[in-house]
Every structure is written in structure tokens, then in C-alpha cells.
Design a protein around this ligand. Sequence first.
Ligand SMILES: [Zn+2]
Length: 319
Amino acid sequence: MRAVLPAVVLGLGLGAAMLASAQAPTREANELGRVMILEYHKIDNPEGRWTRTPENFRRDLQRLWERGYRLVALNDYLDGKIALPAGTTPLILTFDDSSPGQFRYVQRGSDWVIDPECGLGILEAFAREHPGFGRAATFYVLPGANPPNRLFNQPELATRKLQYLASQGYEIGNHSLWHAELGRYSESVVREQLAGAQEWVQRHVPGYRFRSLALPMGSYPKELGWAVSGEAKGMRYKHDAILMVAGGAAPSPHARNFDPNRLPRIQAVERDLDHWITHFDRNPGDRYVSDGDASTITVATGSTGKLGAVRTARVIERR
Ligand SMILES: [Zn+2]
């Protein structure tokens, strides 16, 4: 019955979309597979080592969408709460350094609207045009950096932007006050950098607490504990995860080797993206694929030994 469908569809002239969906591969659930946490820097022209053009960013989303990747919030991944349809794969977006092209308002009449050519504008348009893709990202901002990296470089709109992100389900993360290479500093400076960033963000979004830290230049402080939690000048901070600047795909949050204090990321530049998208195309068994039921963790036959100790869901071993 299935086999004759494409011919029937073609006969009716209904086109390639239905043909493609009739032939779409069904991916086996594997919730111990790896997850890509993409790391973007500037969204701007021209393309460069630390810059993705608006056009290429849109193309990245399209490529990933077509392969069954769907956006999840970093914090949901950290909590092991990945609620996606069966057969799809979680994808996490992060943006470092709060450069202007990530989030820009432009004036339209008497109102400010999100620039459709900035990172957030492109992401939101893509989500509208592709229902089910999701809308999530974490922005690792620099509240105390020099322009143009201070909170997206429109000072009079900084509060509006941060409040927009917080209210719309995006996440704001710690990237230190002004991009301090933490490995080079004393304990008190490290703590002031981390608590200070949170204090500055709270001036714009009262009570907002970071849940994760992206290390500037991937530099760990001399003691891990300084980065995990602490206090400076009356402001407490606590990070449930620490993200590196490289390292490849990240483990499943259900996996035994999941280490939230050392989460690897993939730099979203042409070469690295290409490498990892191709890797998962060729090695589908390495990829996290949802079983469509958030209350169960489905794993491949014989791999329950790779599960971490903390389990909030029922484990199903695939047969
Ligand atoms: Zn950075």
C-alpha cells in the first residue's frame, strides 16, 4: 500500500512535498544520543571567524529543520525535560557576547520593532514559518563591556530587550561582567565578575537569576567551585551548568557521562556546522532522538549501563 503511494501522488500531480513525506525516514528513539549546543557570536556581514551572516544563519536553521532538529531551551535540557515529538532531535542555540546584530530594534513609525535581519528577528520569523520548530535560545550577555558588546549596543533599549527575552521564554546567561578570562584572576575578582553580571542584569529585569555560565574564552578559574556558586558584594550566584567554547556535541542529559560543569559546544561556523551535521547524518545512532513521551527515556538495546544515576522518568530499552 505504502509502496504505491508515491506513484499515485505523482499521478495526481501533487508534487514533491508529499513524496518526500511519504519517504521520510523514521528515526528510532535514542534518548542517550548526543545533542548539539550551537554557539553563535556575531550575526552580521561579512561572514568571518566569529561572524555568521543573517543569510547563513537562516540557512543553518533551514538545514537543521529539514533533518528533524527542533529547538529546546538549555534549561529544559539541563533538567532532562525534553518534550519533543517522536523522531525529532533537540537542538540548543546559544549567542555569546551580546553584539548588536544578535538583537536590534529598528524604528517603524512611532514604534520599535525587532529588526528582521538580526539574529532574534530571523529566529522568530523562522519559528513562525515552521510551526513545531520551537523558539528558544540562551543569550550570554556582557553588561559591563565596552560598546558595541554592552547589552546589544542600544543603551536606551537595553531594559526593553532583556525584559523581552525573559518574558518570551528565552534565557539570559552569565558571561562575566566584561568578558574576563577567569583563569587569570584571583578568587575575589572571579566572584565579582560573576555576581556583578547578575546584579547588572537585575537592574533591568528585577530578580532575574542566571542558571548557566558560558566561560569567556573557555577559561576555567583556578578552582571550579568559584564558577559554580558564590557571592560578592551581597549578590549570590549559582550556576547549574558551565558551558565551554568548544568540544563537539554534548552528552544526553540522561547519560552517565553528562557533566553539567563541563558542557561542550559547537561553534556555529561553516566548517564546524558542516562537520557535525554530516556526522549525525552518517551516524544516526549517535544522535539523540526523542520517543515522543516526556515521561519515559527510551534507549537502544544493551545500553542501560550508560544511563546516569538520576532518573526522573521510566526507562524503556528498545528491542
Ligand atoms: Zn564570549
